[in-house]
Design a protein around this ligand. Structure first.
Ligand code: A3P
Length: 321
């Protein structure tokens, strides 16, 4: 039901007045809400999502910070779940960007409508979100049997990837130039970036995973790069659709790994030319796909600074990058 007592626009206007504000790397405003920084235009969808989304027990939620491997995880989850629906050579990924197949809750579904009807989506429904775990996810995601798969990545690569993404999608109409690398990096180290601080985002899902590993799977981009076969099996088991011996013998896991590989997806026509809702270039989601590209952009001092932040924030958590 839509709350008509206050128009959402007024509610949000009033809320924003009370929040600390900063300027994002691209010059747009960021607001701090319950400890995390969000771009202004996501407030309405974020609040609608929190208020209206009802998770089903069979739902699968793919969660991440931006630039941590969301696109890859979407491709993998889609292909694993639908492996008996489409033969590999007819997989919709061959013609659609992964973000068009698995919608983002706050960036897509709840940004199009206050209260979208998601009932018609066949089970298991797969959605993505960049929202932090703590207090932000609707209660039904935490309280239902639905499963969450979180992917994170070395913050240095996440930062590097984010800057390129911003530059790649900058339109000619953008009046404000992005910040210099040094300034953007300094803000990142203070946790001021969309959905940041990154350490709280990662720790929130890490602790949820430790508390209930059957409900929250915690993945690292670097681990998937190291041994994708192992993680495809792990994701399938976690989602409740493990590969049979017969499927393994047929080489289905390797076929899915190849279909979802960076090289394959990047070179598909749809990902070279298309865009997402006219705003983001499909190609901008496939840049280098490497571990450690940060060494080409960050100085050793910058790396040392991030490492120290991680050491202090992750101390005692069991998390390492
Ligand atoms: P780089 O910018 O370092 O290349 P997200 O999907 O969360 O936006 O993250 C984007 C990052 O994941 C980009 O990193 C992108 O190249 C990489 N990526 C996209 N698809 C991938 C795939 N299939 N395999 C490995 N990396 C992928």
């Amino acid at each position: 039901e839509v709350d008509n007592t206050n128009s959402p626009k007024d509610e949000i206007h009033e809320l924003l007045q009370t929040l600390e504000q900063q300027t994002n790397w691209d010059g747009s405003p960021l607001f701090k809400y319950n400890g995390y920084w969000f771009p202004q235009h996501f407030f309405r969808p974020i609040l609608s999502f929190q208020k209206h989304f009802k998770a089903k027990d069979s739902d699968i939620i793919l969660a991440s910070s931006p630039k941590s491997g969301t696109t890859w995880l979407k491709a993998l989850a889609f292909s694993i779940v639908n492996r008996n629906v489409y033969p590999i050579n007819q997989n919709p990924l061959l013609n659609c960007n992964p973000h068009a197949l698995i919608p983002s809750l706050e960036r897509h579904l709840y940004s199009l409508q206050e209260h979208p009807n998601l009932q018609h989506i066949p089970n298991p429904r797969i959605f993505s979100t960049h929202m932090p775990f703590s207090t932000f996810l609707p209660d039904s995601i935490r309280d239902s049997e639905c499963k969450t798969i979180y992917i994170c990545r070395s913050p240095m690569d996440m930062f590097t990837s984010g800057l390129h993404f911003l530059l790649e999608n900058k339109t000619q109409n953008d009046t404000v130039l992005p910040l210099e690398l040094n300034e953007a990096f300094d803000m990142f180290c203070h946790g001021i970036h969309p959905y940041g601080p990154f350490w709280d985002h990662i720790l929130g899902y890490w602790n949820a995973h430790l508390k209930n590993p059957e409900k929250v799977l915690f993945l690292k981009y670097e681990d998937l790069k190291e041994d994708i076969t192992f993680y495809i099996k792990k994701i399938a088991e976690f989602m409740g659709c493990p590969f049979s011996l017969e499927e393994e013998k047929q080489g289905l896991i390797e076929q899915i790994a190849k279909l979802c590989s960076f090289e394959n997806l990047k070179n598909l026509e749809v990902n070279k030319t298309g865009n997402i809702r006219g705003v983001l270039k499909n190609s901008s989601f496939f840049r280098k796909g490497e571990v450690g590209d940060w060494t080409n952009y960050l100085t050793p001092d910058m790396a040392e600074r991030i490492k120290k932040i991680m050491e202090s924030k992750f101390e005692g958590s069991g998390l390492m990058f």
